[in-house]
Write a protein that binds this ligand. Structure first.
Ligand SMILES: [Fe+2]
Ligand SMILES: [Fe+2]
Length: 197
């Protein structure tokens, strides 16, 4: 296991969570659907907590959370770009279109967030001592929430798009209704959408 690259990942994870707070805050100014708004309010709160959880890992591993790394610079750039994309969509003055853009931006951000935590889980299995403990404890707390953030918002994005195309949509999406927490569960829920119309 390469410790330098583990640290790079942790800096990216911290930056992803910090960006996530900005992304949800902006997405909440674009959302139209009441149920989705409630979901995102919950995810914003959880993401704020994830920032603290990652900071907790930094403390235990004696890493300085303020160090700048090339990787976190890229993550920050992407996060700021997603916020700008949503603001651009809002300025265009089409609320339904801005909501779709916000949903897509959340999916893009959560894809990275989900990957980070999946990798932190892999590291936790391989690491030893304090590192293993710190990573495992954080991962156990966060993993299920990240599954929900990604799979449920992906479902919302697909169904809101289908609705915008003038076709029957399942809202809230099947992923939400079936409380999906795995990739295979998400695939199954999507497969069953026709029967839920
Ligand atoms: Fe997160
Ligand atoms: Fe997340």
């Amino acid at each position: 296991m390469k410790k330098d690259q583990m640290n790079n990942l942790l800096y990216e994870a911290l930056e992803t969570e910090l960006g996530g707070v900005q992304i949800y805050t902006t997405a909440l100014t674009c959302v139209q659907n009441k149920d989705l708004k409630e979901e995102w309010e919950k995810y914003l709160e959880q993401t704020q907590n994830h920032v603290e959880i990652v900071r907790g890992i930094f403390e235990k591993l004696e890493l300085d959370p303020d160090v700048e790394t090339p990787g976190r610079g890229v993550v920050r750039h992407i996060g700021e770009s997603l916020v700008k994309a949503m603001e651009l969509a809002k300025e265009a003055g089409e609320p339904a279109a801005a909501e779709l853009v916000a949903a897509e931006c959340v999916v893009l951000a959560e894809t990275k967030d989900h990957l980070n935590w999946e990798l932190i889980g892999e590291l936790a299995k391989e690491a030893k001592g304090t590192t293993a403990e710190a990573l495992k404890e954080a991962h156990d707390e966060v993993e299920e929430q990240e599954d929900e953030h990604l799979y449920h918002t992906t479902g919302w994005t697909r169904e809101l798009w289908i609705k915008s195309l003038g076709m029957p949509a399942v809202l809230p999406p099947p992923e939400e209704e079936k409380d999906v927490k795995t990739a295979i569960g998400a695939a199954r829920a999507k497969h069953q959408r026709a029967g839920m119309l």
